[in-house]
Ligand binder design. Structure first.
Ligand code: AVI
Length: 471
């Protein structure tokens, strides 16, 4: 290979063979480069790819699973493994088409948080923490917390790209908007936990009241060996009521919590495993769509699928019906879906619940801008974007906004974007739909489900609905 390289160098003035270089020197060459090629035929190039991403140098990569796992399936700089002609074509394009090179560059810059040393240190710390979960007290043969715990995280690299892409689309569109699923990084999830305890945010307490009353009733509908699956599990505080009931009766339970926030998932599951020796957890760090695959998994008994906290309200009505329909399509006859849904009510109760006196919801809302600052090198001045929450009675939904207090421009460096704002211009960040009992029935029918039981809290503010597949 060395001889071939030297021959090429003599014949081709644009080709330079540097031979084997020490790591530091190789990195300096890489950092000065305009483009990097990873022509691996098998796995093994991930570290080179990550170094290139860390240096902000775009890559042309052979389409091997290892690279697709990092760059995502839609990255525009792939060529088929071993296809020299296709690689030559891409090299030529990168040299002659500045827009193409820029698109590769922008894509790789968005991935930089993945190669951030601080994040890597954090990931190591998490792994070490997981491995040092204290052993359960009890008989020597009992499996440890660690043995009872599995975590899967489908598509985390794709999620990093997704954030940048959605921020670009949302802030360059009109009206400006940002999807509320991006509220829930580590900070956002903590703000949300605090919201759940606020005096004005009645939803959590109302649902807790119903569950405390009805957990036994729900569990009695399932035979021994059921699996509990929870969409958007968060701190899993309310779920404990059901877990305790199942364990008291059966001694063992499999629990599959799904949450977008990996840190919240790890925290809550660790606490549960330490507390309950009979619990086995398969945790899924991802979005609802990624959870669907696990609904299809056969765990050898019926499933109780939880979707609590009125999370359904953050989808618009048609999306909610569509998502529930896709859940229903994965349910067997004996499976059930337990959905917590907030009810329509007077704005004098609703608006304070989303604009509390302590300003926690305002911080929660603004955290999405703080997240852009942290992850995409944005320059939002959070003080210049007050929080607003309004009840739109016709639509039956709370609408949350961040409103630009002044005329200003905001730079987002990693996206190479400057966003202009007029004074008073709003970014729409969240809808939280409320339902009447009739609308709940209609939602169930649209999703191919039927309401088997429905319970309300004593204040009649919140509903818990046990849904069965309508065959
Ligand atoms: C998570 N979700 C159901 C909450 C809600 O009530 O819509 C999110 C939230 N937004 C502001 N406060 C709470």
């Amino acid at each position: 290979m060395k001889q071939q390289a030297q021959a090429e160098m003599e014949a081709n003035p644009r080709y330079q063979w540097l031979g084997e270089l020490p790591r530091g020197k190789a990195l300096r060459v890489l950092a000065r480069s305009r483009l990097h090629v990873l022509s691996s035929q098998l796995e093994g190039g991930a570290s080179a790819l990550c170094e290139a991403i860390a240096c902000g140098v775009p890559t042309l990569a052979s389409r091997i699973p290892g690279s697709v796992g990092i760059l995502g399936p839609d990255y525009p700089g792939y060529f088929p493994v071993g296809d020299t002609q296709a690689l030559a074509g891409l090299l030529y394009r990168a040299e002659t088409d500045p827009e193409f090179l820029q698109s590769l560059h922008a894509w790789c810059v968005q991935l930089q948080p993945l190669a951030d040393p601080a994040r890597e240190r954090e990931a190591w710390q998490r792994l070490l923490d997981e491995m040092t979960i204290p052993q359960m007290a009890g008989p020597a043969a009992a499996p440890s917390s660690l043995e009872r715990f599995t975590l899967v995280e489908p598509g985390s690299a794709a999620a990093a790209v997704d954030f940048g892409r959605e921020v670009r689309a949302g802030l360059t569109g009109r009206p400006k908007r940002l999807p509320c699923r991006f509220f829930y990084d580590r900070e956002g999830s903590r703000f949300f936990e605090t919201i759940c305890e606020l005096p004005e945010y009645y939803l959590t307490r109302a649902e807790q009241e119903i569950l405390a009353e009805r957990a036994g009733d729900v569990v009695s509908r399932f035979p021994n060996g059921a699996t509990l699956i929870e969409l958007g599990s968060g701190s899993a505080a309310k779920t404990r009521l059901l877990i305790e009931r199942f364990l008291r009766r059966d001694g063992r339970l499999r629990y599959v919590p799904v949450d977008i926030s990996r840190s919240m998932l790890e925290e809550s599951t660790r606490a549960l495993l330490e507390e309950f020796a009979g619990l086995e957890i398969l945790a899924v760090a991802g979005e609802y769509q990624q959870a669907l695959a696990h609904l299809e998994e056969s765990f050898g008994g019926p499933k109780l699928i939880l979707w609590l906290g009125s999370n359904v309200g953050n989808l618009d009505r048609a999306e909610a019906a569509e998502f529930l329909h896709s859940v229903r399509n994965r349910m067997a006859v004996a499976d059930r879906l337990l959905v917590g849904i907030d009810l329509r009510k007077n704005r004098s109760i609703l608006e304070p619940a989303y604009d509390d006196a302590q300003g926690v919801t305002a911080q929660f809302n603004r955290n999405i801008l703080a997240r852009i600052n942290r992850e995409l090198d944005g320059q939002f001045d959070l003080r210049a974007f007050p929080h607003r929450a309004l009840y739109n009675e016709g639509e039956g939904r709370i609408e949350m906004y961040l409103v630009s207090a002044i005329s200003q421009t905001v730079r987002i460096t990693a996206l190479d974007l400057v966003i202009p704002f007029e004074a008073g211009e709003a970014i729409h960040t969240e809808n939280s739909y409320k339902y009447s009992l009739r609308e709940i029935g209609e939602l169930a029918v649209a999703a191919g489900l039927c309401v088997e039981c429905q319970w309300l809290d004593t204040g009649g503010r919140f509903s818990l609905n046990l849904l069965a597949p309508g065959f």
